[in-house]
Design a protein. Sequence first.
Length: 275
Amino acid sequence: MSLVALVFASSLSWTPIADKQALICPLSELGACLALLPKQVLAQLPATLDQFRRDLGQRGAMVMPVDDNKIAGLVLVNELQSPQVQLASVDLVTYQLPLLEQPQLTLWHELGHLENLALQGTVLPTQLSAYQHEWLADIYLVWRIARERGDFTLAWQQYHRRNLDALTSPQYLSHWSSPMLIQVLRHYKVAHVASFADYRDFLADFYPKAEQLAPRLLGEYSSLMQRTFGASVLQPLPEYLFWRKAELGHYLQPTFVLLMGEEKAHNWLVQNSML
């Protein structure tokens, strides 16, 4: 697969997905995008422009896979909804993470969904959970960053963003890819990831040895985060899921060090039995 620099703010574009093509469509050019698609593809998409907009909602992008011999899907993007900063509150202190190149990262994540769909039944299992689809899209994102940027700076940004999202609301746990991303960021050099010219080859190297989170474990992490960081928590329960605290702290530590500084992050994690 060739890597194409995509500038999608002002015009639509096509990009390769395995042996097919995906159409990148800015929301402002939705009508023009749809005019390029054959009838059998249009029949699988929302019937009206308003329905597209409702489905996109407040998101920066969404992917719509289709069943077609030549077209993998449509990625609808709205840069106006791309956040420039991520906020999170810890012990009534609000921290913020500036988000660089977020429209590009959002696009690569959505393309990752299509790339992984193309690999189901070969490199990937035929059946994947919703959570697996999300973290695999972020694995593609890391590979793409390594190939096109040559370092992991933006990959770490995605890692921190996923952590802060999960701390903010349980609805974001479905996208909490940090436990999977850290396995790439800690175990691979960026040059090693970038050496895989095809995403398929990188995934074939990483996926078989990846340590995945079982649904029950993910649920326990979710409960622990809600109990520790949720705004509605009135009574502290220090022994609540204590056997998961150190593991959760392992995933949170890089983000807390970035936001708080090493000493304060260390003290917080120790005081909360996460280190």
